[in-house]
Design a protein around this ligand. Structure first.
Ligand code: AMP
Ligand code: GLY
Length: 441
């Protein structure tokens, strides 16, 4: 079978790496991929948002299955274009159509969907341009901090948490006035939820689903969750507070009503659903839906899947997930992301990456895997940085002893290997997993 993964970050490297392990995978392509995916398959230049480029890649290479990494092609309707095209309609496709992708593409749609289907989420209201006064009155009914969200995709920057009413009112004005362009011509204002966040993932064909390993993401740039928000600085899986009882609540209160709601609204859905959840005193609330896997969570999650992932993806695309069994390793996975100094603000690029070359060679069969996020390999063959998040280092530690001991071992492994990777300005968080270790005490 020939598979094509769309996207070029660490998430896509991890997905490609996992697919490549399948007996059924004859050929693996990535569009555009990165130097990491080039080690497990063949990269094809192009933009995943460019339908003609994707179409050509699929037809030229006889692709059997397409797996979409990022949300944007889905929100723009890539699946719908495949279904309308007589040459592509029989190609297996993992990812929802535009109607399903609106769960991520429109915060307002997602919140109203949850309201219609009684799915637990923060209380909210949405407002459009010209409704500033109504928005301000609603803010006055809430307690600080205030959560403001741009309705549309805003490159991960569209959520603002304001500590004072004045600041929130100012931001409402700016957002409705075009701070995030069209994405904030509608905004959602919602109640602040306090608790611990966890990312949970399902692969669904719209009827059945497989629950992938959960993970905890570390979003802020600084140790102790300080500083600016980033795309994600690390991840840990499993997450001990997401125990059987919590997962059962997620299944019955969130996953099943979501799938039932999609079916009732005639929205077919074949792909991933990433539930960004807040654990509020043992009860799960949805902070957000994403229609893709998380990054860097995927770099941890994929390493804990023992069963044939390509077979699960095919079953998802064919609508035959019922009866499919996902095998999850008891090992823990701990991912630390090395970023360029200055990220998430501006940062220099093209810094030479040196150190232990076996770490970047992708022949990884051992407990440490290095996934490429923002790297480039110019013609002289020297690997250089090309993005904010550069490399995601994942360590798998065997489940011997307590979860706490397992995660401690993972930390030792990941951090000792990070010392073997060098580039000017390299920065990483030192505390990935420490909160989980404290939680286990
Ligand atoms: P989102 O893009 O919706 O996931 O929001 C980004 C981040 O903002 C989340 O990961 C949370 O840390 C935080 N956040 C969003 N909504 C809320 C909320 N209602 N209460 C508390 N924190 C929130
Ligand atoms: N790590 C969070 C995300 O992928 O949205």
């Amino acid at each position: 079978m020939k598979a094509l993964v769309l996207g070029g970050g660490g998430r896509e490297h991890a997905i490609a790496w996992k697919i490549k392990q399948s007996w059924d995978c004859d050929k693996l392509y990535s569009l555009p991929g990165n130097p990491g995916t080039a080690q497990v398959g063949t990269n094809i230049a192009g933009d995943p948002n460019d339908f003609q480029a994707v179409r050509k890649a699929v037809l030229d290479n006889g692709i059997d299955i397409v797996v979409v990494g990022p949300e944007e092609p889905l929100v723009r309707g890539l699946r719908d274009r495949f279904e309308e095209d007589s040459d592509l309609k029989d190609v297996m496709f993992v990812g929802p159509g535009a109607a399903g992708a609106a769960l991520e593409g429109s915060k307002r749609f997602a919140k109203e969907f949850m309201e219609r289907h009684n799915i637990p989420t923060a209380a909210f209201r949405s407002f459009s341009a010209g409704q500033n006064a109504e928005a301000d009155s609603f803010l006055k009914t809430l307690k600080p901090p205030y959560v403001l969200k741009a309705d549309g995709l805003a490159g991960g920057k569209g959520v603002l948490i304001c500590n004072s009413l004045e600041q929130a009112e100012e931001e409402v004005e700016k957002m409705l006035g075009g701070k995030f362009g069209k994405a904030s011509s509608t905004i959602v204002i919602e109640e602040f939820l306090s608790g611990i966040e966890v990312s949970m993932f399902i692969l669904t064909d719209g009827k059945s689903y497989l629950m992938l390993p959960e993970a905890k993401d570390y979003k802020r740039i600084g140790d102790g969750d300080t500083g600016l928000n980033t795309g994600g600085m690390g991840a840990v899986s499993p997450v001990p507070f997401a125990d059987e009882e919590f997962k059962n609540k997620v299944k019955s209160r969130i996953i099943e009503p979501t799938l039932k709601g999609l079916a009732e609204e005639n929205i077919p859905y074949k792909g991933f659903i990433f539930l960004g959840l807040m654990n509020c005193g043992g009860d799960p609330y949805v902070i957000e839906y994403n229609v893709r896997m998380g990054d860097p969570e995927t770099e941890a999650v994929m390493t804990r899947i023992d069963s044939d992932f390509l077979s699960h993806l095919c079953a998802c695309a064919k609508g035959t997930l019922e009866g499919e069994k996902l095998e999850i390793s008891e090992d823990a996975a701990l991912t630390v992301v090395c970023v360029s100094g200055g990220y998430p603000g501006s940062y220099p690029k093209a810094k030479k990456i040196t150190g232990d070359p076996t770490l970047f060679s992708n022949s990884f069969t051992g407990p440490v895997k290095v996934f490429h996020s923002g790297t480039k390999e110019p013609e002289d063959g020297n690997l250089v940085t090309s993005g904010g998040r550069v490399l995601a280092i994942t360590a798998n530690s065997p489940a011997e002893g307590s979860v706490k001991e397992t995660i401690e071992k993972g930390r030792c492994l990941a951090y000792s290997h990070i010392q073997r990777i060098k580039f000017e300005g390299k920065y990483f968080r030192n505390d990935i997993g420490l909160d989980i270790i404290r939680y286990c005490k």
